[in-house]
Design a protein around this ligand. Structure first.
Ligand code: COA
Length: 177
């Protein structure tokens, strides 16, 4: 099994793996709204490949919360014939270690806490994904001490301009002044 950084040539093979592993309509999930039109973090999009193809893959996107850069982890999937062999854990640990080396301070994901807590992810109150998202599935990991301190609010797309300061927001309903 080889650990590789995903290339453009791998894109559709990874998409096929995700289609196989997730329920139909996965792209209707709110996390996909945050990814549309934004480039993934290429150095953190990793896959595990053997002679029969892509066995597992993980991707990351940048998002913002209150002007802070945040890594959104996912999707991650392991081919059904390879699940519970440790490949998911391998991709998680390797990508999170690389994220820390690249200087990212915090990671967010939407997923099953019973699986992700082994990597240090915990529930995080006060951070809101676009609806509909079950708040119990919003999980966070700090890659530096205090990485989530003071980082609260709506998760928005990476290219969303920061909200104007409050005194400019109360312009009686018009910003054309
Ligand atoms: C979830 C997934 C990525 C885990 O990868 P994996 O390679 O199978 O997992 P690992 O081998 O690293 O770990 C296996 C352990 O995780 C547990 N596990 C797997 N999925 C779990 C889940 N959703 N909740 C709780 N535990 C889970 C297994 O029971 C196993 O437990 P054990 O170590 O006590 O035996 C993989 O099963 C998968 O692709 N599932 C379908 C797609 C998916 O749900 N992706 C995650 C979206 S949140």
């Amino acid at each position: 099994m080889q650990l590789l950084q995903e290339t453009n040539a791998d894109w559709w093979e990874v998409e096929a793996l995700y289609d196989l592993c997730f329920a139909p309509g996965r792209e209707a999930l709110s996390s996909y709204r945050l990814r549309e039109g934004v480039a993934p973090v290429a150095k953190l999009c990793l896959l595990l490949r053997d002679d029969s193809g892509v066995a597992a893959a993980i991707r990351f996107w940048p998002v913002r919360i209150g002007g802070h850069d945040v890594l959104l982890l996912g999707p991650i999937a392991v081919h059904p014939t390879h699940q519970s062999e440790g490949l998911g854990g391998w991709l998680m640990r390797e990508s999170l270690s690389r994220a820390a080396q690249l200087g990212w301070a915090r990671v967010l994901l939407v997923g099953d806490e019973p699986y992700y807590r082994r990597f240090g992810f915990q529930r995080l109150d006060g951070v809101h994904m676009p609806p509909p998202t079950n708040p119990a599935r919003i999980l966070a990991l700090a890659l530096v001490p205090g990485g989530w301190d003071g980082v609260r609010g709506d998760v928005v797309k990476y290219d969303t301009p920061p909200a104007p300061p409050p005194h400019r927001r109360s312009c009686h309903g018009s910003d054309a002044t």
